[in-house]
Design a protein around this ligand. Structure first.
Ligand SMILES: [Zn+2]
Ligand SMILES: [Zn+2]
Ligand SMILES: [Zn+2]
Length: 135
């Protein structure tokens, strides 16, 4: 533990002592290394591409990409799915999602009161029946 700290300190001091030329080369090497690892991370993200959400037009049943405000087929206003606010992080989660996309909190539309067992809407912060704060 202590030894490792010493080594890190030594490395830092050495880098500071190096003339500009040497320091520059070391910096470039470090930068390239970081760039590669960042690129790999991005590739990993691309691999697990989320499926594009499709919204069905309620008027003509055409499929529209999520985000369209109007149907690309008939021009009707598209009603977006209702959003539920995550009770854990406050993120807006589309109704029907089982888990918050931001924090992974369970987004069940109902919860059971820990005190009296009453089933309450998950939007409730307190039990409808006994007023117990949602766990
Ligand atoms: Zn339509
Ligand atoms: Zn959340
Ligand atoms: Zn209760």
């Amino acid at each position: 533990m202590g030894q490792q700290a010493m080594v890190m300190q030594y490395t830092k001091e050495t880098a500071e002592v190096l003339p500009n030329g040497g320091g520059g080369a070391a910096g470039a090497g470090l930068g390239a290394g970081l760039g590669i690892s960042l690129g790999q991370n991005m590739m990993n993200v691309n691999k697990q591409e989320p499926q594009q959400k499709i919204i069905i037009c309620h008027s003509c049943n055409a499929e529209n990409p999520q985000g369209n405000k109007f149907c690309s087929s008939c021009g009707s206003k598209i009603t977006q799915n209702k959003k539920i606010t995550c009770g854990n992080c406050g993120n807006d989660v589309p109704e029907g999602n089982k888990f918050c996309g931001s924090c992974g909190n369970s987004m069940k539309t109902e919860y059971t009161c820990a005190k009296c067992g009453t089933i309450n809407p998950s939007t409730n912060k307190f039990c409808n029946e006994c007023g117990e704060k949602r766990a």
